[in-house]
Design a protein around this ligand. Structure first.
Ligand SMILES: O=C(O)C(=O)[C@@H](O)CO
Ligand code: MG
Length: 250
């Protein structure tokens, strides 16, 4: 078990740069951040060095760089902007030495959207710096209405069509449970494609153990599978984050 902390979700009461120290004090050597772009990479780097941590994952930027709409990799009218932004994210990822960049599809539908996503990902996989892995994550339609990649089967189809060694699946127990009703079965089914794991409960995206995901079964399956990657806590703590971290030793 290699635990990581998603600092966009955990310690929400602290300013961004203070969350690194809180995570270090809780025992996290690895962190991830959804959208670090409104802070200079050097400042994030300083926080990582000061706390002996590594940044494992960032998201490709949304249209306004700090939040809001979830990407546009499946939007045919924005291919040029996609390539421009991915070059920026690659520079940012190299500066922070991140392992994964989550590419988001945005709101879209239909055949043209799927083909655009495949073409964009082929380009991105070829252009990405060595050592960086791109991920795709299905997001449920309650959290992200209209989001193109809203199903694990669709994600698997796209990943297989792109067929690049540096593109894989980002599994999230919260979204998997919301979309397919059984997060454990989704983990089992898509294991060969999974490169990164995030955990949160459903339906409220609370800490593990607050909802309907069977975490005992999920952790047992992860352990039995030999998955050797990161498991990142990505949920809304209902109270002090430190009191929600039992999963780190599960
Ligand atoms: O919502 C999630 O789950 C994520 O992992 C985010 O990266 C989407 O912004
Ligand atoms: Mg997630």
């Amino acid at each position: 078990m290699r635990p990581a902390a998603n600092l966009s979700h955990l310690w929400p009461e602290l300013p961004y740069l203070d969350r690194f120290a809180a995570a270090a004090a809780a025992g996290f050597e690895a962190v991830e951040v959804l959208f670090p772009y409104d802070v200079a990479a050097k400042e994030t780097q300083r926080a990582l060095i000061a706390n002996g941590q590594r940044m494992i994952l960032i998201n490709a930027p949304p249209p306004n760089y700090t939040g809001g709409a979830r990407g546009f990799a499946a939007q045919p009218e924005r291919v040029e902007r996609f390539q421009y932004d991915m070059k920026r994210v690659f520079r940012y990822a190299e500066a922070l030495k991140v392992s994964f960049v989550h590419v988001m599809t945005g709101v879209a539908e239909g055949k043209a959207a799927k083909q655009t996503l495949i073409d964009n990902l082929k380009w991105a996989a070829q252009t990405a710096p060595t050592g960086l892995t791109l991920t795709l994550e299905p997001l449920n339609s309650v959290a992200q209405p209209g989001y193109f990649l809203n199903d694990y089967a669709l994600a698997a189809e796209v990943i297989r069509a792109v067929d690049a060694p540096n593109l894989g699946l980002q599994y999230d127990s919260y979204h998997a449970q919301m979309i397919h009703g059984d997060a454990v079965a989704v983990f089992d089914q898509y294991l060969p494609l999974i490169r990164h794991v995030q955990i949160g409960d459903a339906p409220d995206r609370g800490a593990p153990g607050t909802g309907e995901v069977d975490f005992d079964a999920l952790f047992a399956r992860i352990k039995a599978s030999g998955y050797a990657g990161w498991i990142s806590g990505e949920y809304a703590p209902n109270g002090p984050t430190e009191e929600t971290l039992g999963w780190m030793t599960a």
